[in-house]
Write a protein that binds this ligand. Sequence first.
Ligand code: 3HC
Ligand code: NAI
Length: 703
Amino acid sequence: MNSPVTLSRHGDIALLRIDNPPVNALSPGVVAGLVAAIDAFEADASYKALLLHGEGRTFVAGGDISSFDLPDFTTQPFNGTLARIEALGRPVVAALHGTVLGGGLELALACHWRVAHPKTQLGLPEVKLGILPGSLGTQRLPRVVGAELALDLIASGRSIGAAEARELGLVDELSDAAPLQAGIAFTEALLARGAGPRRISERMVATESLAPDFFERALADAARRKPFHPSARNIVRAVQASLLPFAEGEAAEARLFEELRVSPESKAMRHLFFAERLASKIPGLPRDTTLRPVRSVGVLGAGTMGGGIAMNFANAGIPTVLVETSQAALDRGLGIIRANYEASAAKGRLTTEQVEARMALLRGSLDDAALADCDLVIEAVFENMDLKKQVCARLGAVCKPGAIIATNTSTLDVDVLAEATGRPADVVGMHFFSPANVMRLLEVVRGAKTAPEVLATVMQLARTIGKVAVVSGVCYGFIGNRMAEVYMREAEFLMMEGASPAQIDGAVEALGMAMGPCRMLDMAGIDVGAKTVIEYGKAGGLPPDDSYRAVVRKMFELGRFGQKTGAGYYRYDGRKPVDDPETARIAAELAAQHGIARRDDIPPQEIVERLLYPLINEGARILEEGIAYRPGDIDMVWVAGYGFPDHRGGPVHMADAIGLPQIAGRLAHYANTRGNPHGYWSISPLLASLAAQGKRLSDWQAA
Ligand code: 3HC
Ligand code: NAI
């Protein structure tokens, strides 16, 4: 088999080429290839220098994440190789380009010299996988940039550009030339001036400017800000160890790395890394499907969602027109967008020129003829079927042939709207989450007649605007809101039974949920939630149960719309939610009305099970109905759209960690103890059968 690493000659220079597409990850094969290449280099004294470079789009983007689960995984072979590279008696140069990340940067730091293309990005993003740089990154980086900056870079996982790296001394020279040419020119110049090896491990970390309690404070800070991520603490300890002699720091890093690699938190985060990438792939659709060009976008409705949606495209440099029904609505919508950009500028995230450049890409109109030239039009008008059908019929007539027509509906039937346009093949759901310019998730709803290239175009466009796109089939609420509905159902039953919103939220926030269900709906708007329930009732979707979502309906009736009106499930002291005796009174009154028994001792464990197990059960139904392509898609929806904790890997991953028999058992328990007249606790056949077979939900694949 051909090795991904080859050694060739250019005059006196040995060229070590790494060629392991797509990103030259450090697979066991690459590591073995490096060892063989170094053997060959050492054996040939006619070489005066060694130059490492990567083939294709990047140098090396890191360790091979897929190999971390191998039973015999160890960093030892690679780390030993790095030690050999650094110890070489002839100069070793790394020619960098692309994304020099993780093990890639660690490899570069073991080399004596580094030359980089100006567009190179460098970083140690391991924290995003719940681990730390385990190939001496925590030891070598502080020796170059100091402990404080090294900790910042490793703990945040952020990348820096080549120019900054050059200023920091991480890179010795920038060159616009192709990486190999740049490397050769740099190495020849080194040899000409007789420069030799230079070893970072022989340096000391500068400590003069370090406060005596720096690490103690950093550790306390990590524990406070990232209580669910052991990586945050281990990273501080590893960087602290860089103050020790190199070999001692190396041993500390190895121990701290291994602790994290085998941790459930890191396994969950690695699962999400691959789930995110898989979600963008559409089964049966070739990767080279011809896409429709999207050079201009139209958005109908400049309300809460329309404005945020338009910002995504302006941010990506795509001209966008917003169409409204009145000048006042248009002015308000554009005004909010400007205020958002200016707030970002005030925080230093945008320059004034960038604000103006983005605003210049946004145009308003009261005439839908302005949409005629757009390649993609997204409707974001009120959530009302009759209105949306009218709007879709109009879009079908106005939009040019080949234009994509998308709906941002949260719950309505995309197939009905698609038919209303008269050109259903052009129609797709683009379900953004609020605030649409911030939330990473985009549910892409595939209608029965959506053309494959329309789906593929929208998935690609999602990447362009920085979203995580997940495909959903057509059903009430798609993947996310359908699962959220059963979660909210139980939150409200628990409230009527006597739990306070703070107890309910507290139980799941203790697991790491960014926000419990009550705070979430108060923020999104009780009115938005109630209207959806009411509309669904009109469409015949609700169970014949008057107590179903009775709290949200009552709150809506009372004008308690959540944060925006100062009261919803909670009362608001500014933006701070406080328990409201009025909510307790409303819940008690509803309980009496619907014959629901009250308790004042609902344990957190019951709250967790009653919120999350039905949600997981609904996820299993979504899989067996073919609404989601794969289990990981559900996890991505919940992590990117609903603040589900990444260290638990999403609801499906979490279900597998708990064990399906346990979940099935508890669903049966609640069916027995609470009664099951409306099927709330009926177990999904898929979940039941996997539990019985001792299998995991994440192993499930569509037939
Ligand atoms: N290991 C294994 N596969 C990887 C990988 C890695 N480090 N990095 C990327 N890939 C794969 C992806 O899974 C994807 O595969 P697919 O085509 O089959 O879906 C393919 O490479 C392309 O990746 P992207 O779709 O993400 O391509 P982009 O161009 O959008 O991004 C990237 C490229 C910036 C390199 C991005 O992939 C990335 O951030 N990769 C992870 C980088 C990272 O975390 N490095 C540290 C790894 S851990 C480590 O080094 C441990 C060491 O300290 C011991
Ligand atoms: P909104 O009420 O804030 O905005 C709707 C806007 O549409 C208003 O400005 C209105 O003037 C305009 N409009 C109404 N009819 C129009 C027409 N014929 N032509 C042009 N403009 C028209 O509503 P919001 O919250 O932005 O919701 C819009 C859509 O987004 C709905 O389908 C909703 O379900 C969906 N959605 C809402 C989310 C939320 O959290 N608010 C989240 C995800 C989706």
